[in-house]
Ligand binder design. Structure first.
Ligand SMILES: [Zn+2]
Length: 344
């Protein structure tokens, strides 16, 4: 009721904050007051004297934005033994080793030699696993990777799993953001390597996310141009899946119209992991956004934003700060999602 009254009083002054870069948040703070804040969802009202720049960190409420902790009785849930068996194959040690490997680059900022070297190494890894690998480049020397294995029955339907491999920049280590998501993509690709997929599996290692979702936007444009957007039946994004101290909450973030997808993922979280899930409707700030804007069912799995790493976009975002048990649980969730979708 309070929200409604506020809404009636000044309908145009409520916004969702769609930036979390620490310096932008500092710029924003003097001009907003918080109406609601929970995990990834932060709704504010804006003072009329806010400068134009600050408005670019906000978007007007579209209606339907919300976040809630999903609760369900685990006793009533059915799990499948073959899916459980595959999940048992996911290795915490492998995820940790890949986070360490990717964090050892001086930087992974797009456009740097180190970023290109990391792409080359990731490409070799995916090829070794037996996938068909290609690059999709949005600038010279700035490329994302696609690794794919065609499905045996429904090859025209694609299940896509993505994470960005670039980091913010010089001396920003980028272990949680986002060596963690990239390492989980690699581990999923390894575990699914021997899985007889009915639908096409596609792993998308994106680049230039930190510079404006460049790789993901470029790929979505490419799919649109080739009239292939409809082939993607599910797109899962992982961005910062490595930091959690003690609440074991994973956030499941998607857009309006995809609440059913979020609910389905929340149920899988309860079925196959030890995590609790928080659903957020109101997507922003990572590579799932261009997919959602193009009408593709897409969802972000991300660490609980209320308790995110204190090293976010800082030089201290190092491998030793991560919780690899937590990252492995998120790997289980997303692998279970792919396997469950593939048996539909
Ligand atoms: Zn990120």
């Amino acid at each position: 009721l309070l929200l409604l009254l506020l809404g009636l009083k000044s309908p145009a002054t409520h916004y969702q904050v769609i930036s979390s870069h620490p310096h932008e948040v500092e710029e924003l703070k003097p001009f907003v007051s918080t109406v609601h804040q929970d995990g990834r969802l932060w709704i504010v009202s804006l003072s009329p004297d806010a400068p134009e720049k600050v408005r670019s960190f906000l978007r007007p409420l579209q209606g339907g934005e919300k976040s809630y902790l999903f609760t369900t009785d685990r006793k009533g849930l059915v799990t499948y033994a073959d899916i459980q068996r595959r999940l048992m194959g996911l290795s915490l040690q492998n995820i940790k080793a890949d986070v360490e490997f990717l964090s050892a680059f001086r930087t992974r900022r797009v456009g740097t030699d180190e970023n290109r070297a990391a792409i080359t190494a990731l490409e070799a890894r995916l090829r070794q696993l037996g996938y068909g690998v290609s690059q999709t480049c949005f600038q010279s020397g700035a490329c994302s990777l696609l690794a794919e294995r065609k499905g045996s029955e429904l090859a025209e339907e694609v299940l896509l799993v993505m994470a960005h491999m670039d980091s913010v920049g010089q001396s920003f280590a980028g272990a949680d953001d986002n060596a963690s998501g990239t390492a989980v993509v690699l581990e999923m690709a390894r575990v699914l390597e021997s899985y007889p997929n009915r639908r096409t599996l596609r792993f998308f290692i994106t680049n230039g996310e930190e510079s404006g979702l460049l790789g993901a936007k470029h790929y979505v444009r490419e799919l649109r141009r080739e009239e292939r957007l409809g082939e993607i039946k599910l797109a899962i994004n992982m961005d910062m899946v490595g930091y959690n101290k003690d609440n074991n909450i994973v956030e499941l973030e998607t857009g309006k119209g995809h609440e059913e997808l979020a609910r389905w993922m929340a149920e899988l979280t309860a079925q196959y992991t030890t995590l609790r899930s928080k659903v957020t409707i109101g997507a922003w700030g990572s590579d799932h956004v261009p997919f959602l804007e193009a009408g593709v069912p897409a969802i972000l799995t991300i660490e609980n934003w209320s308790t995110k790493t204190p090293c976010y976009h800082l030089a201290c975002d190092k491998p030793e700060t991560l919780n690899y048990v937590y990252a492995t649980e998120i790997a289980k969730l997303n692998t279970a999602a792919v396997l469950t979708k593939d048996r539909e």
